[in-house]
Design a protein around this ligand. Structure first.
Ligand SMILES: NC(=O)c1ccc[n+]([C@@H]2O[C@H](COP(=O)([O-])OP(=O)(O)OC[C@H]3O[C@@H](n4cnc5c(N)ncnc54)[C@H](OP(=O)(O)O)[C@@H]3O)[C@@H](O)[C@H]2O)c1
Length: 265
């Protein structure tokens, strides 16, 4: 019988790459995202055995529906990848915009992790996509970075709690990745993250797929450059210097918060 996987945020970027890679390795993949037409297209391209499950994971009722599916289907692998950023100073960003992000990046991830791990068996694996910003912070996208710090700490704890069951849990920490993320967060086309620091989704997922096979580390950084940057800023610098550097590179300056209507949360 084929192995099965569910990937959230599978209509583009890192999630689509995970879905394609798992399908290539023989998994029957269930793809979750809001854009039904796009998911249907991808499923048709992937071929028989795959399935679209459209849902808005910032909406509690949709998350409950996906959690029920997770409990019923007992997937071999769950990739909690769906997530958005919100660029702008916290006090200048509408609270509902921030709340929709935390419902997606934290609440739905916790609910799907619980639905999965309460019925998981030895050999299963859960990957939660966090970010190197979990370790570095990011003034100008403070709540986003904090959601990813949550995902990292949560995943590390679950790694320990589940290893005796033979279940692998990891937090995957990509750095800047060339996807739609920056634009969806309200980033300007002219102030893109530096190319030299950027990875492709394929490079990120190479590391994620290796982690699924080696099943060793609770925290997986996706490039040497990211590891070096984290080491430099968290081990060799005082915290205040790190926060000032990250704030100086931040995606927003005072008075430049994106209007909520422009954000795709
Ligand atoms: N790109 C980076 O630089 C970077 C760096 C570190 C970590 N990450 C993390 O990587 C993950 C994937 O992001 P990405 O870079 O691949 O961005 P992306 O290209 O914008 O993809 C985001 C995916 O999440 C889905 N999504 C967004 N809102 C959703 C919602 N409310 N409910 C369900 N699905 C939703 C999107 O599909 P729909 O629009 O169809 O819903 C899309 O499939 C995120 O957790 C992000 O925080 C990204």
């Amino acid at each position: 019988m084929s192995k099965t996987a569910l990937v959230t945020g599978a209509s583009g970027g890192i999630g689509l790459e995970f879905a394609e890679r798992l399908a290539k390795e023989g998994y029957q993949v269930t793809l979750v995202a809001r854009n039904k037409a796009r998911l249907d297209e991808i499923v048709a391209r992937l071929g028989q055995g795959h399935r679209a499950l459209p849902a808005d994971l910032s909406v509690a009722a949709d998350t409950h529906r996906v959690a029920e599916d997770v409990k019923k289907n007992r997937y071999d692998v769950l990739i909690n990848n769906a997530g958005v950023g919100v660029y702008g100073f916290f006090s200048e960003t509408p609270l509902e915009t921030t709340a929709a992000m935390t419902r997606l990046n934290i609440d739905s991830l916790v609910e799907l992790s619980h639905a999965y791990l309460s019925g998981a068996k030895s050999g299963d694996a859960l990957i939660n996509v966090a970010s190197t910003l979990a370790l570095l912070g990011f003034p100008g996208a403070s709540t986003y970075a904090a959601t990813k710090a949550f995902v990292m700490a949560f995943s590390e704890g679950l790694w320990f709690e589940n290893k005796h069951r033979g279940i692998y849990v990891a937090g995957l920490l990509p750095g800047v990745t060339k996807t739609n993320f920056h634009a969806a967060a309200g980033g300007s086309a002219t102030e893109k993250p530096p190319e030299a620091l950027s990875q492709t989704s394929a490079e990120v997922v190479d590391v994620g797929m290796k982690a699924l096979k080696s099943r060793s580390s609770p925290t997986v950084l996706t490039s040497f450059t990211n590891k070096a940057m984290v080491f430099l800023q968290t081990r060799l610098m005082p915290n205040k210097v790190r926060v000032n550097i990250m704030g100086g590179q931040g995606p927003a300056k005072p008075g430049k918060a994106q209007p909520a209507a422009q954000l795709k949360t």
